[in-house]
Write a protein that binds this ligand. Structure first.
Ligand SMILES: NC(=O)c1ccc[n+]([C@@H]2O[C@H](COP(=O)([O-])OP(=O)(O)OC[C@H]3O[C@@H](n4cnc5c(N)ncnc54)[C@H](O)[C@@H]3O)[C@@H](O)[C@H]2O)c1
Length: 269
């Protein structure tokens, strides 16, 4: 018989990457409240964009991990095993929207998009997620299975509509850059590949595709963006939490290799 609380995560151990970011902190708190023990991974906890549980304990830890370095993830996993236990939930949330020290060229014409930026974006958004799946997903596959949630974006399933950003081009051309879209598209097939690869090991792998979160963007951007959203607004930062619990828990037990799209309807016309 099914668990009476389909969404219960009691006793599970979860790893959330990019946990010091705007949405990562939401996921940490949500999984924690649903009963999971949570390891928050990030490269930098100096100024978290969201609140995290105040004190570390045997059910919550922060771990400094650079997901572009496989050894750093291996060390992080060992800490999780030692303090919390074997993980069975992995939220691959860490990503860059723009490379560190982005220059004017980064938002200039595609033809001049810097190779260095392209590589920096691939390193975190694709290779970093690949390493986390190898190390943490691989461990889950050997130890009873679990659920992996790979975070993508509407810009990974659709091209950015450059008309949203045209108003920024008054003095020099401005384009939403290519690398973010390409890396977020790669997430979809990493998910499908691993869903079939680990199907026999009880590891489910799904993509969660998100649209833009309200973050005090300027009025022209908001007007242009919202015109494309049937629900008529950007997402609140807490509006993806339900999907995280659904995908992490037994409530989604027959779901793998799928792409769950939460976009206020952005992609339906
Ligand atoms: N915020 C949005 O509007 C939006 C929309 C669609 C999709 N998303 C996706 O949601 C996820 C989270 O977005 P966010 O807005 O919270 O981003 P954010 O920039 O607030 O957080 C990202 C976190 O990743 C961490 N990080 C970066 N490089 C790292 C590395 N090498 N190792 C470990 N951690 C690293 C950063 O330190 C940061 O804390 C991303 O995957 C993003 O693509 C966000």
């Amino acid at each position: 018989m099914a668990n009476s609380n389909l969404f219960d995560l009691s006793g599970k151990v979860a790893v959330v990457t990019g946990a010091a970011g705007q949405l990562g902190g939401e996921y940490v708190n949500t999984l924690f409240r649903a009963g999971a023990k949570v390891a928050a991974f990030d490269i930098n906890f100096n100024s978290p964009k969201n609140s995290l549980p105040k004190t570390e304990s045997d059910s919550f830890i922060t771990v400094k991990v650079d997901i572009t370095k496989k050894e750093s993830i291996q060390d992080g996993l060992q800490r999780v095993i030692d303090v919390l236990g074997t993980p069975s939930i992995l939220v691959n949330n860490a990503a860059l929207d723009a490379p560190p020290n982005a220059s004017e060229q980064d938002t200039g014409p595609f033809e001049d998009y810097p190779e260095k930026s392209w590589q920096a974006m691939l390193d975190v958004n694709v290779t970093g997620m690949f390493y986390c799946c190898q190390v943490i997903g691989g461990h889950m596959a050997k130890h009873g299975g679990g659920s992996i949630i790979n975070i993508s974006s509407i810009y990974g399933i659709l091209s950015p509509d450059q008309r949203i950003y045209e108003y920024k081009s008054a003095e020099k051309p401005f384009f939403k850059p290519v690398a973010y879209s390409v890396t977020k598209s790669a997430v979809l097939n990493l998910t499908r590949y691993l869903a079939t690869y680990w199907a026999g090991k009880n590891v489910r792998v799904n993509t969660l595709t998100l649209a833009g979160v309200f973050n005090n963007q300027d009025q022209t951007f908001l007007k242009n963006y919202i015109a494309k959203v049937p629900l008529g607004r950007m997402a609140r930062q807490d509006e993806y939490n339900g999907a995280i619990v659904f995908l992490a828990s037994g409530a989604s037990s027959y779901m793998t290799g799928a792409n769950m799209v939460l976009d206020g309807g952005y992609s339906c016309w």
